[in-house]
Design a protein around this ligand. Structure first.
Ligand code: NAD
Length: 497
């Protein structure tokens, strides 16, 4: 049994609450470990350590911070398979997908290696006689990250490498469902030379989150998770005077126009709908077909689904693993029941799916619905499972309106060979990340990631240049050095002559 600890002031700590949360291996359905359920006392200890470390870390040189990031980058790269195997054991995704997750996190670390360039300010000489003006960006202090289960390694990496490189100190509250890799990276950061207290991990659920949201020393909170919790984090954090970025859930649509390359569109729909068993905030969950596109597309989608290999994430050749918990699998099944009862056509049914030799695993087979309408719960709600809904429309305008009326606005895509149609889409669509013949438009680390509407609360997207802005405050300095020519009393208003 894997016993997981908090990480406070540079070392593992079991905490004081005495409570714990079980951690499961979704492929076997067996408990594999337990994590302590932290609360006020654990958060107080972590924030105290982070606060003390900030006094020195904020004045560490940019070159020192870069050196730590370069060393950390190397350790993550060298250990990417160990990280991937551990996250597969707790999340369930295939190990190849997990390696990809680590890789995308690594790219943010690489971005943070360039911090000396990223925090440069502006300088204007002689804004008035003998007066210069310049800007600097300073760290905020102790900042917190609260992260979801679906990318247990990558999503925290969207936050702490940039926060720390900017000179802040960090308290991470990872998901209680797959908490282990946060401890592995804590050890790597220490080995990379990060001083004690700069990076801390507190496990737990709502009590730990609430303690962070109310702690006076926590200056900013980055959150990624579901929309109801994102809204709560944003409202509570800002009410307590904190800077907050809270990324929420999604319901991502992919439009397929009749002129699209149907093989490419079918590949994309299956990859983006069923990859990581649909447990991605950028997963496609609705395919909106226009005109006769559905009749050309759906047989190709069905054919690809039939060829998918579903199995334990560590199994050779597995393309899709189990869902994260049995509760979540039951929730996904109840949506499929509701969709069928509401009159949608079940073209592929993943209910009752089991994998030989892993009968107790939390598996759910790929599911495909046709003739879905916008009043059905399989359309309105984020299911977060391997369930793809097809909505048929007559006109492109109707397809665009569906997306723009949706309360979420994380990602979307259009599949077409018509440049004008693609341009109309990029101009008119009310979504933060847009793919043109690309189903999962996740920006690389030197851009920023963020949706619109109920997929993001706050003014800053995450990582990239916006990450640097989120984790720093700009200061403007207007300076004049005494010069004999300035002597003499002048009661007039400066005229910048
Ligand atoms: P979740 O909202 O249940 O949990 C996220 C975090 O909030 C966890 O650390 C959890 O411990 C904490 N939490 C849960 N309930 C809480 C409460 N009542 N009060 C305070 N804190 C609470 O999300 P999840 O199930 O772990 O992750 C899946 C969700 O995350 C999906 O909705 C998905 O779309 C979203 N997500 C969004 C993005 C994005 O970039 N927009 C990325 C990844 C995941």
């Amino acid at each position: 049994m894997n016993v997981i600890n908090h990480w406070v002031d540079g070392k593992p700590w079991e905490g004081v609450s005495g409570e714990s949360t079980p951690v499961y291996n979704p492929a076997t359905g067996q408990q594999s470990g337990s994590a302590p359920a932290g609360g006020q006392a654990e958060v107080d200890a972590a924030v105290t350590a982070a606060s003390a470390a900030f006094a020195e870390w904020r004045y560490s040189s940019l070159t020192r911070r870069q050196n730590v990031m370069f060393a950390f980058r190397q350790l993550v790269a060298d250990n990417r398979y160990d990280l991937a195997k551990q996250l597969t054991a707790e999340h369930g995704k295939t190990v190849d997908d997990a390696v990809g997750e680590v890789q995308r996190g690594l790219e943010v670390i690489e971005f943070a290696c360039n911090i000396a360039h990223l925090v440069k300010g502006d300088y204007s000489e002689q804004v008035s006689t003998g007066v210069d003006t310049f800007t600097i960006r300073q760290p905020l202090g102790v900042v917190a990250g609260i992260t979801p289960f679906n990318f247990p390694t990558m999503v925290p990496m969207w936050m702490y490498p940039i926060a720390i490189a900017c000179g802040n100190t960090f308290v991470l509250k990872p998901s209680e469902k797959d908490p282990s890799t946060s401890l592995m990276v804590a050890e790597m950061l220490a080995e990379a030379g990060l001083p004690d207290g700069v990076f801390n991990v507190v496990h737990g659920g709502k009590p730990a989150v609430d303690a962070l949201l109310h702690h006076r020393e926590v200056k900013a909170v980055s959150f990624v998770g579901s929309t109801p919790i994102a809204r709560y984090i944003y409202e509570t954090g800002t009410k307590n005077g904190k800077r907050v970025q809270a990324l929420g859930g999604a319901k991502n649509h992919m439009i397929v126009l009749p002129d699209a390359d149907m093989d490419l569109a079918a590949d994309a729909a299956v990859s983006a709908g069923y990859g990581s068993a649909g447990e991605r905030c950028m997963a496609i969950s609705v395919v909106v077909t226009v005109g006769d596109a559905a009749d050309k597309l759906l047989p190709k989608v069905e054919q690809r689904i039939a060829e998918l290999k579903v199995g334990p994430g560590m199994a050779e050749g597995a393309q899709m693993g189990p869902l994260v918990t049995s509760d979540h699998r039951n929730r996904v099944a109840s949506y499929v029941d509701a969709g069928e009862a509401a009159g949608a056509t079940v073209r592929v049914d993943g209910r009752g799916f089991s994998v030989a030799g892993s009968e107790n695993g939390f598996f759910f087979g790929p599911t495909l619905f046709d003739n879905v309408t916008d009043d059905m719960s399989i359309y309105t709600d984020e299911i977060f499972g391997p369930v793809l809904s097809v909505v048929r429309t007559e006109h492109y305008e109707e397809a665009i309106r569906l997306i723009n009326d949706n309360p979420y606005g994380n990602g979307t895509a259009v599949f077409t060979n018509d440049g004008g149609a693609a341009r109309k889409f990029q101009n008119e669509i009310e979504v933060g990340m847009v793919g043109i013949n690309v189903p999962i438009p996740v920006p690389l680390a030197f851009y920023s990631f963020g949706g619109w509407k109920e997929s993001l609360f706050g003014d800053h997207a995450i990582y990239g240049p916006e990450g640097v802005h989120f984790y720093t405050r700009p200061k403007v300095i207007i300076s004049r050095w005494p010069d004999p020519i300035h002597r003499g009393v002048d009661l007039g208003f400066p005229q910048h002559g």
